[in-house]
Design a protein around this ligand. Sequence first.
Ligand code: FE2
Ligand code: FE2
Length: 265
Amino acid sequence: MSDQFVARSLDEVRFWSRIMKEHSLFLRLGFRCEDTQLINEANHFYTVFEAIENRSNAFTAGTDPSVIKRFNEEVHAAVTYIWAFKRKVLGLILTCQLPGANNFPLLVDHVSREANYFRNRLAELNLGRLEPLPDAIIDENVFFLRIMAEHAKFISHLLDPSERKLVEQANNFSQEFDQLLFQAKNLEYMRPQSQTVPLLDQFLDQNKVSVKALRDFKKTARDLIEACRIKSIIHPLLADHVFREAEHFLVIIDMFESSLKSKHA
Ligand SMILES: [Fe+2]
Ligand SMILES: [Fe+2]
């Protein structure tokens, strides 16, 4: 257990516990007034992840790794519970038991996949078993490109239909990321032969250009929503949330790029 384990764990938990906390808020906002049980459950998860976030901020890089390992296990359990809650809500929506509620099924599925991703990261960190770099590059990109494609779809559907220019831009991003996702899947099916340094490097370059453009679009949308300059039913915090997830993906791409370079040198 090294210092790097502590730093990596704290980075992941700080980022994703805030995300889980916000998912609880978004789910709650989408429930109907009479769904008091679901509202209470969502509020409960908000408190749980707020506490985890606060604790993760109180730890430092110098904290004993064994303390962090136990903390990761605790967080892992909490994430498993919120994942099950999200899947339960998805089941209720898809069996038409929440008519008139305002959470899209794809959004609920999306936030459950993010929980599952977080859970896997925690398990990997605690086992000290990281995927080989060429596999990690493809798997992480497949995961995040799909997330980005869905964000574009959510933005398009939650903007007011009269915001025609912005809806069109969001739809263009949706198509662009669907294409990138298919390309990533093609690279995935062609592995291990596809895992050459030049191909992986080009893959990262190309994805990075598009993620930067989407990140900038989300930032603009967030600023416009905060300033009440556009018509939508997007919560300002949701706009900021998807912006932060794009930033996080860019950090991961940068990390892969430098690892590929140092491996190649
Ligand atoms: Fe999210
Ligand atoms: Fe997301």
